[in-house]
Design a protein around this ligand. Structure first.
Ligand SMILES: C[S@@+](CC[C@H](N)C(=O)[O-])C[C@H]1O[C@@H](n2cnc3c(N)ncnc32)[C@H](O)[C@@H]1O
Length: 268
């Protein structure tokens, strides 16, 4: 099977356009000032980034059976809205968010925002840290919006390993990191902070490479972001020792959008 999803596929899915919600933008900015380590950005994700992250739910790619989807770090919900538009009636979407103020916004939006309320019966809002969450079933798709480059390398490694451990065989993981943050850190932070940031960036690249993942850049986002996509190996592939090859074959994305950066381009 060679599922090849594109952003267009997702646009053709039942996606409701994101509202230009300035209140959400302001709330996000406020939280960025208050809790930058966990918020990790100054603006919610663009629709383009949200669509790229949600691409594994495109009709050409999604599992044929009901899908279990996990979004981690929902913020004010731009990715949640795209996911809500893409989940089918029998799918389930678990949304994990650590910040109680974002949880409050999301909770209200589940009732009042048509993009979310239409799928509210399939969405479970979990006001917790992903690191504390007990997970007792597998997920077909995990979309992680965590600001990994603000975290310690050990924390990032533990979270990524956890994601892989709860993905069903062949399940999809997407996550992202902003471009240009390394240069900013080098200018504004001390040596230790710059080294931590570099270590996390290398870790993200290595993790993706090890699991035969792919990367693409979304320029229409503030700031632009690199999105990674990888799949959990299927058991047969693992037994044959072909996990990497089969996963390369199964990876998504248009050839012109997808590449693995060369080591000298791995700064962020
Ligand atoms: C970069 S923002 C992304 C928000 C939103 N998904 C978007 O794309 O605009 C990161 C989000 O992850 C949340 N977050 C950070 N650490 C978390 C954790 N350990 N567990 C769950 N959510 C977390 C933050 O509160 C924030 O909402």
């Amino acid at each position: 099977m060679t599922p090849s999803f594109t952003v267009m596929d997702l646009k053709q899915a039942n996606c409701v356009p994101l509202p230009q919600n300035s209140a959400a933008g302001l709330a996000f900015l406020r939280e960025a000032a208050r809790t930058f380590r966990t918020t990790g950005a100054v603006a919610p994700s663009s629709r383009r980034l949200a669509e790229r992250l949600a691409a594994p739910l495109a009709p050409t790619c999604r599992p044929r059976r009901p899908a279990a989807v996990l979004e981690v770090g929902a913020g004010t919900g731009p990715v949640t809205r795209v996911l809500a538009g893409a989940v089918g009636p029998a799918d389930r979407l678990d949304v994990v968010e650590i910040n109680p103020r974002f949880v409050e916004i999301l909770d209200g939006a589940l009732r009042t925002d048509p993009a979310l309320s239409a799928a509210a019966d399939r969405i479970r809002l979990i006001p917790e840290s992903i690191t504390d969450l007990r997970i007792d079933h597998g997920y077909d798709v995990i979309v992680s919006c965590l600001p990994f480059t603000n975290f310690d390398p050990e924390e990032v490694r533990a979270i990524l390993d956890r994601y892989l451990s709860v993905l069903v065989p062949g399940g999809h993981l997407t996550f992202f990191a902003y471009l240009g943050t390394h240069a900013t850190r080098s200018l504004l932070s001390g040596r230790r902070e710059t080294a931590r940031h570099r270590e996390v960036t290398c870790l993200l690249h290595d993790f993706t490479r090890r699991h035969s993942g792919r990367a693409s850049v979304v320029w229409r986002n503030l700031p632009p972001a690199r999105v990674w996509h990888l799949r959990a190996p299927r058991p047969a592939a693992r037994i044959c020792g072909f996990a990497e090859k089969s996963d390369i074959a199964a990876g998504g994305g248009r050839p012109d959008q997808v590449y693995l950066p060369a080591p000298d381009r791995m700064r962020d």
